[in-house]
Design a protein around this ligand. Structure first.
Ligand code: GAL
Ligand code: MG
Length: 933
């Protein structure tokens, strides 16, 4: 056994875990809180010497050849070894605590200088994150070792350092026994990936300092301290300003210990659970509008610099997110400083996941009674327990943390009992959470019942059962690729039941690795086992830019709900601690795309309260396309928006002037000749192949009836049924095509290769004398057919006219279940702007509830609604391409006028698409017309 496999040796000489803080040498600096100003803090980040060995046994006593590597970083991001993406499966045999014989090792070295002042005091070194374990040497003397990649390791190196130059050497191993506890679903990356720094300490100064709060008082474990509110000293806390995620007021506590001033940002708040199972923050029932967050950066791997974290937290705020689960390990401690300051409720999760035990035999099974599971093994108890202890002790002073999580997907065993019991005893002010408690029906000490990917119906069952603990979806709405489409429906129920306290969308950002402008995923690095693009499942792209799914979550999480009856607007304030008067509510009456009346309201509405306002507008007698009330809640930016359809009579307008019309019925085609136009209808294939108006060809190829869409990641299960029907290898058959007066009637069917037809249809094309083509589709779908991806006509149009205009749902792409972020209106766009760069190319760019689209001088319109899509990419191309750079533009622009597109859902990991969002009707009729603009 190698020492890093020895469970009795998981660390040596590491300091007992203390709360996170930085000591300062003056009061002023401590109040200011810029750690770089502290004389007692020395950051060692920078370019270090580095030597990489594929096997630790090859590391020589004296290394003569050094490269350079930045610290913090992961060595796989710098050309040593390769990133390895695996989800459940361990990347080596499941033979704990043993790891592969060939264990890569990175040796790091750096020099640092200490002056007399430092030498006269004690010197500590802190590593905020090293994957997977490391051995520390100072001036070539062994100091100690540690494991627990996402936890802090501190060593007292006073007796090893000299005045002047000192040499630090760190030997980092890729694998160790602890790796069995770190089977999180991410790119496996190694090295010193978080800050490394020295602290100069008084020999006798305080080590662990604990601050506890209630909503009345602050308690400090040290005697000598002062409380500040901003820069003002506070002597009494009579009327304290409480902390919550909306108004994260922080006091500063400065502890004086020997010569050190140690600042803490302190938020006063109390966490509780009501008799109804509500989550209470300062007595107020709060819903957790959450996301799961990994440490991830497309170029830096697991290193997420402070400014990067700050920027991403601000993006979360923009999406109305108020809760973060730190999946599945504690982030760097400064992340919590940011959450305290910006206001988030955090579920701090310890660095444990042993998911791969489910697949240690072939198959996938939570056979937790089997003794193989290390969560039930005594010899692993300390390894489990110390991880939760190190997290709690490091992070305990942060007001943002409301729950401690025992890790993720680690089965359930006696070691969990130990962890939960220890945590609850250590900190009674917060809740204890563990997702795996579901495996034993939550018959353990957890304070919340937590599940992942539960469907809406099942969630409702939990809401109604008699376990009065809050129900929390620690993961839901799997946001892989185009999606998620189901978040809105979840929230209608979450608001309905007190006990449903919300949940965390899986997950915040795509965690991929960017190589030459292309985002890579599992398999791109030659991994022996991998999980393809399952790491590309972010609510935001890897660069944190938004997609439609991000905006959909923003809409579901938004803090107002409105409705209109006559002129009466009801506004409900869903904030927990904010009066709506801090925002401006802008309303607009928009008729046929034009604003006919608008106004502003400052709504003085207390949290959770509702008020009714009389809006001053008069609706027109009738309109052409539709009349809507658009609501927008504005702060620094739009924080919420809603649209309500208004009851105005829609007049259909058929006021085309008549013209001359001539039909020439030939063997394979019908020519239709009118004033300034010539259409050619292909009788053999039953559709138009040429539309020439004013001498200009509008079609670049024959029009087709199709059902395929490039499967989204959320279609990954149903796509097997779609492919089973061979929808992607489809034949269109015309049985009969005839001209009757000014109508062309086509009888036909669609069938996948080797399958019987799944759709039989009649298409009637009526050509009016002014050139308008009325398309009427009527079809029957085979009884036992799986729901269709979509159904509609695909027009190929010349690329030259780039811009188009539409009256429909926009501006971002939308689908029947993912449309709450968009509004019906008049918009302009282009095929290029419609493209969405999903990491694995897939269906995108749909618009529902459309009445008109004007493109290439043609107007496609309907009295009802259709869905449309304009793209430079054929569905077949989007289906085939596996990375964005493999996409080749189609020769022509493709316009789809669809009866319907199935919804998006989140079935990449979540429940199946809800019935009501499937295109599953067996009888379909659908009409639209094509005319000259
Ligand atoms: C969950 C797991 C996450 C992630 C997700 C799939 O089961 O907790 O870590 O793997 O599935 O993306
Ligand atoms: Mg997992």
């Amino acid at each position: 056994m190698r020492s890093y496999e020895n469970l009795n040796l998981i660390s040596e000489n590491r300091e007992p875990q203390r709360s996170y803080y930085i000591p300062y040498d003056t009061l002023e600096k401590a109040i200011e809180g810029n750690k770089y100003d502290s004389k007692y803090y020395k950051l060692l980040n920078g370019q270090w010497d580095f030597a990489y060995f594929e096997r630790d046994i090859d590391v020589p006593d004296i290394i003569t050849k050094w490269d350079k590597i930045p610290v913090p970083s992961n060595w796989q991001m710098h050309g040593y070894d390769k990133p390895y993406y695996t989800n459940v499966n361990y990347p080596y045999p499941v033979d704990p605590p043993y790891v592969p014989d060939d264990n890569p090792c990175g040796v790091y070295a750096v020099d640092f200088n200490l002056d007399t002042q430092w030498i006269n005091r004690d010197t500590y070194i802190v590593f905020e994150g090293v994957n997977s374990c490391f051995y520390l040497y100072v001036n070539d003397k062994y100091v100690g070792h540690s494991q627990g990649s996402h936890l802090q390791s501190e060593f007292n190196i006073s007796q090893f350092v000299n005045e002047g130059n000192n040499k630090l050497t760190v030997k980092v191993l890729k694998w160790c026994a602890g790796s069995y506890l770190e089977d999180q679903d991410f790119f496996r990356l190694s090295g010193i990936f978080r800050d490394v720094y020295l602290l100069s300490r008084d020999k006798e100064s305080a080590r662990d300092i604990e601050i506890t709060v209630t909503n009345k008082n602050i308690f400090v474990s040290e005697k000598d301290f002062v409380i500040y509110d901003g820069k003002n000293k506070i002597t009494s806390l009579d009327n304290p300003i409480l902390w919550n995620a909306e108004k994260p007021h922080l006091y500063t506590v400065i502890v004086k210990s020997c010569s050190e001033y140690i600042p803490f940002k302190v938020g006063m708040r109390e966490i509780g659970v009501s008799g109804k199972g509500e989550l209470l923050i300062n007595g107020i029932s709060v819903k957790l509008k959450g996301i799961n967050r990994h440490d991830t950066h497309p170029n830096l791997g697991h290193y997420t610099p402070y400014e990067h974290m700050r920027a991403e937290l601000l993006k979360m705020k923009e999406l109305n997110i108020n809760c973060i689960r730190t999946s599945h390990y504690p982030p760097t401690p400064e992340f919590f400083n940011l959450c305290d300051e910006l206001g988030f409720y955090v579920v701090d999760e310890t660095d444990i996941e042993i998911h791969g035990f489910t697949s240690r035999n072939t198959g996938y099974e939570y056979d937790i009674d089997n003794e193989d599971w290390i969560c039930g093994q005594k010899q692993w108890k300390n390894a489990f327990l110390e991880r939760v202890q190190r997290m709690v002790e490091r992070d305990k002073n942060h007001p943002c943390i409301i729950m401690w999580s025992m890790g993720n997907e680690s089965g359930y065993g006696s070691n969990h009992d130990e962890m939960i019991a220890w945590t609850k005893n250590r900190d009674k002010s917060r809740l204890a959470h563990y997702e795996g408690s579901g495996l034993i029906n939550d018959k353990c000490g957890v304070d919340v019942v937590s599940r992942m990917y539960t469907g809406i119906e099942d969630m409702e069952k939990f809401a109604k059962n008699n376990d009065m603990r809050p129900f929390f979806l620690c993961e839901y709405s799997h946001s892989m690729g185009n999606g998620p489409g189901d978040v809105w429906d979840y929230w209608q129920k979450i608001y309905q039941y007190p006990k449903l306290i919300g949940g965390c969308v899986w997950e915040w950002a795509d965690h991929t690795v960017e190589v030459d402008g292309v985002y890579k995923y599992g398999g791109d690095f030659g991994e022996a086992t991998h999980d393809h693009n399952f790491c590309c499942d972010g609510l935001v792209f890897a660069d944190r830019s938004f997609k439609a799914g991000s905006l959909e979550v923003k809409a579901a999480y938004q803090y107002i709900k409105t409705c209109i009856e006559g002129n009466k607007l009801t506004v409900k304030n869903l904030y927990d601690f904010t009066n709506l008067k801090e925002y401006t509510l802008l309303w607009k009456i928009v008729c046929d795309g034009d604003v006919i009346k608008s106004g502003n309201l400052v709504c003085d509405i207390e949290p959770h309260e509702t008020k009714v306002y009389e809006l001053d507008f008069i609706l027109p007698e009738s309109c052409k396309l539709g009349c809507y009330l658009d609501i927008s809640l504005l702060g620094k930016y739009e924080v919420a928006m809603e649209q309500h359809a208004l009851d105005v009579n829609i007049q259909s307008q058929e006021n085309y002037s008549a013209g001359e019309l001539q039909f020439i019925d030939e063997k394979e085609s019908i020519k239709i000749i009118g004033t300034n136009f010539l259409y050619t209808f292909n009788k053999h294939y039953g559709n138009f192949e040429s539309i020439v108006i004013d001498g200009e060809e509008k079609l670049a190829a024959i029009t087709k009836l199709t059902v395929w869409r490039a499967p989204t990641d959320n279609d990954r299960n149903v796509k097997h049924q779609w492919c089973g029907q061979n929808f992607n290898k489809m034949f269109s058959k015309v049985y009969d095509c005839r001209l009757e007066g000014n109508r062309i009637i086509v009888e036909g069917s669609l069938a996948g290769i080797s399958r019987s037809p799944f759709l039989r249809f009649n298409n009637i094309f009526t050509i009016l004398s002014n050139g308008e083509i009325q398309v009427e589709f009527e079809g029957k779908v085979k009884e036992d057919c799986v729901y269709l991806p979509r159904l509609g006509f695909e027009f190929q149009i010349p690329k030259k006219n780039k811009r188009f205009k539409y009256f429909g749902m926009g501006p971002s792409e939308n689908y029947i279940d993912m449309c709450h972020h968009s509004k019906i209106g008049m918009y302009e766009s282009s095929a290029k702007e419609e493209y969405v760069p999903y990491i694995v190319p897939q269906e995108h760019g749909n618009h529902i509830k459309t009445k008109i689209i004007e493109i290439v001088g043609l107007k496609f319109s309907t009295n009802k609604e259709f869905e449309f899509n304009v793209s430079n990419y054929a569905s077949e191309m989007l289906t085939k391409a596996m990375h964005t750079n493999e996409l080749k533009e189609n020769e022509n622009t493709i316009l789809r006028i669809d009866y319907k597109n199935s919804g998006i859902g989140s079935n990449s990991c979540g429940p199946e698409l809800l019935e009501q969002y499937r295109l599953k009707e067996k009888y379909i009729s659908f009409k639209f017309s094509i005319s000259k603009l």
